[in-house]
Design a protein around this ligand. Structure first.
Ligand SMILES: Cc1cc2nc3c(=O)[nH]c(=O)nc-3n(C[C@H](O)[C@H](O)[C@H](O)COP(=O)(O)OP(=O)(O)OC[C@H]3O[C@@H](n4cnc5c(N)ncnc54)[C@H](O)[C@@H]3O)c2cc1C
Length: 467
C-alpha cells in the first residue's frame, strides 16, 4: 500500500524538480518539499526582462525552444494552464568565420554541379538515416538509456502519440549508440547528416560529435525533432520558458521553497533522510522519508554521504561549459535575424561564437541578442573564460555587429553525460540499479538528455516507476 503522506524532499526547482512535484501530486502525494537555492524557479529556463524602446520584453538566457515532440513539457503546460502558441518565430541565416553570409543548403544560391550533387547526397543520407533509425535501430527513441548498452530499450516512447506509452524490447544494434556520433555515422554510411545535425546540436552547447555517444544525439534530435528544426516548426514562449515552470509552480500544493540551498544529506540505514539546508536564516535540518535529486549528481556526491557506488558513478559525469550573454548594440546596429556561424562549430575554434539568437523580429536592429560559445572539448585544452568572451565579442564585430554592452553573462553547467566508454560499459544500468537505494531517486538532465523535454520525461519516469 502506498503511503501518500510520505515526506518527500525534491532538490532543485528547475524543470525536473517542478515536474517531479507535479507528477507526485497527480499520484496523490501531498507531502513534498522542493528546495531551490535561487530566488526563482526554472533553473536553466531563465527568461529575464529588458526594456527596449521603452517596452519590457523577455529574453532567453537559457532554454529557448521546443518542438512537436515535447510531450512531457506539454503535460506541464496543461497543468500550468499555459501554451506555446504565442512565442516569436524562429528565423535564421548562416555565416562563415569571416562573417560572410553563406547559403550551404540553398541550391539556387551560387548554383554549381558540385553543390547540387552534394545536396542530393545529403538528402539521400538523411532519408537513409531516418529509415535506419526506424528499422535497424528500432527502439532508439524512447527517453533515457536503460538497457541500451546491452541492446535493449525500456522507457516511455518519444513517438508522436498523444500519450507517453511504455515501450520495452530487445535490439542488439542499439549497442552502436554508445559510439561517438562521428563513428556511428561512418559505420552507417551517413556522415553527411552531421552537416544538418550540427547546428541544433553543437551550436546549442551539447558538445562535439567525436566525443558524444550517438545515443544522446539521436535521442534528443530524433528524426522527427531534427526535421522540425530544419523546417523551423518550433515552439517558443512569449513570456519565456521560465514562465512554464513559474506557472506550474504556482499550481502546486507546495510551491518551491526559494533561496534555500541543500548543503548536507545524511541517510542512516535505520532512520529518516536528514536534509540540511542553508537559507537567509542560517542552516537547519529537516527529516524526510524519501529524496528525489534533480541537481547535478557529481555535486550531490560532494555534499551527501555518498556510497562507494554513487561516488564512482558520479565522478564519471562530464559536463559542457557553455558560455552565453545577451548583447545590446548601438541604435539600429544589431542583427535583424539569428545567425549560425558554421566554421566555429569545430573544436579547433573553441571559445568562438557559434550562434546568436535574435528573438523579436519587430525590434529589427535594436533587439538585444543572445550569443553562445562552448569552451571545452574532450582531449583539448579548455579555452580560457576571458579568451572566450573576447572571441565572442570579436566574432560579433566580424559579423558587423559590435557589441555595446553584455547582460546576464554566465557559464552553465550544461548537458551532463558520460563518455562513449562509460556508456558502453553500462553506466546507465548501474545508475538504474541503485535507484531507491538509501531512499534516494535520481532525476534531471543526466538521466536522459539536457533539454526540457527529456528532463521532465525523466521525472515522469521516476515518479511513475517508484512512487
Ligand atoms: C543557454 C541554454 C540554452 C538552452 N536551450 C534549450 C532549448 O532551446 N530547449 C530545451 O529544451 N532546453 C534547452 N536548454 C536546456 C534546459 O534548460 C535544461 O535541460 C533544463 O533546464 C534542465 O532542467 P533540470 O531541472 O534538470 O536542471 P536545471 O534547469 O539546471 O535546474 C536545477 C535547479 O536546481 C537548483 N539547485 C542546484 N543545486 C542546488 C542545491 N544544492 N540546493 C537547492 N537547489 C539547487 C538550481 O538553482 C536550479 O534551479 C538550454 C539551456 C541553456 C543554459
Amino acid at each position: 500500500m502506498k503511503n501518500l503522506d510520505e515526506k518527500i524532499c525534491i532538490i532543485g526547482g528547475g524543470p525536473a524538480g517542478i515536474s517531479a512535484a507535479m507528477y507526485l501530486q497527480f499520484k496523490g502525494y501531498r507531502n513534498y518539499t522542493i528546495y531551490e537555492r535561487q530566488n526563482r524557479v526554472g533553473g536553466k529556463c531563465w527568461s529575464p526582462k529588458m526594456k527596449v524602446n521603452g517596452e519590457e520584453r523577455t529574453f532567453e538566457t537559457g532554454a529557448i525552444m521546443g518542438a512537436i515532440t515535447y510531450h512531457a513539457v506539454h503535460e506541464v503546460e496543461k497543468f500550468a494552464e499555459t501554451g506555446h502558441f504565442d512565442g516569436p518565430n524562429m528565423r535564421r541565416m548562416y555565416r562563415d568565420a569571416h562573417g560572410k553570409e553563406i547559403y550551404p543548403f540553398d541550391p539556387l544560391h551560387e548554383p554549381s554541379i558540385k553543390k547540387t550533387k552534394d545536396l542530393l547526397e545529403l538528402k539521400k543520407q538523411m532519408k537513409k538515416l531516418v529509415h535506419l533509425m526506424e528499422t535497424k535501430y528500432r527502439g532508439y527513441d524512447c527517453y533515457g538509456h536503460r538497457g541500451v548498452a546491452k541492446g535493449r530499450y525500456d522507457g516511455l516512447s518519444k513517438g508522436l502519440n498523444d500519450s507517453l506509452l511504455e515501450i520495452k524490447g530487445r535490439n542488439p544494434h542499439l549497442k552502436d549508440l554508445a559510439l561517438p556520433f562521428t563513428e556511428f555515422c561512418k559505420k552507417n554510411g551517413v556522415e553527411d547528416v552531421m552537416k544538418i545535425w550540427i547546428a541544433p546540436y553543437t551550436s546549442f552547447g551539447y558538445g562535439f560529435f567525436d566525443e558524444i555517444p550517438a545515443a544522446y544525439v539521436m535521442k534528443y534530435l530524433d528524426t522527427t525533432t531534427a526535421i522540425e528544426f530544419v523546417n523551423l516548426r518550433l515552439w517558443t514562449w512569449k513570456e519565456g520558458t521560465q514562465s512554464i515552470y513559474e506557472k506550474a509552480n504556482a499550481k502546486l500544493i507546495h510551491p518551491a521553497t526559494l533561496g534555500t540551498e541543500v548543503v548536507r544529506i545524511e541517510r542512516p540505514d535505520d532512520g529518516p533522510v536528514r536534509v540540511t539546508v542553508r537559507d537567509a536564516g542560517g542552516e537547519h535540518t529537516e527529516e524526510f522519508d524519501r529524496l528525489i535529486v534533480t541537481t547535478p549528481l557529481d555535486h550531490f556526491a560532494k555534499y551527501a554521504d555518498a556510497t562507494e557506488e554513487e561516488a564512482d558513478l558520479f565522478s564519471r559525469i562530464i559536463h559542457e561549459k557553455y558560455v552565453n550573454f545577451i548583447a545590446s548594440f548601438d541604435q539600429d546596429k544589431g542583427p535583424t535575424i539569428s545567425g549560425y556561424i558554421f566554421d566555429n562549430m569545430d573544436y579547433h575554434r573553441l571559445g568562438h561564437a557559434m550562434v546568436y539568437y535574435h528573438r523579436w523580429e519587430d525590434l529589427k536592429g535594436n533587439c538585444p541578442c543572445a550569443v553562445y560559445a562552448l569552451r571545452n572539448h574532450a582531449g583539448s585544452k579548455d579555452a580560457d573564460y576571458d579568451y572566450t568572451i573576447n572571441a565572442m565579442l570579436d566574432d560579433m564585430r566580424v559579423c558587423g555587429y559590435p557589441v555595446k554592452e553584455r547582460h546576464f553573462e554566465q557559464e552553465s553547467y550544461y548537458c551532463p553525460h558520460v563518455s562513449p566508454e562509460d556508456y558502453a560499459a553500462g553506466w546507465y544500468d548501474r545508475l538504474d540499479a541503485i535507484q531507491g537505494t538509501k531512499r534516494t531517486y535520481y532525476a534531471g538532465e543526466i538521466l536522459s538528455f539536457g533539454d526540457m523535454e527529456d528532463t521532465v520525461a525523466s521525472s515522469r519516469d521516476i515518479v511513475g516507476r517508484f512512487f
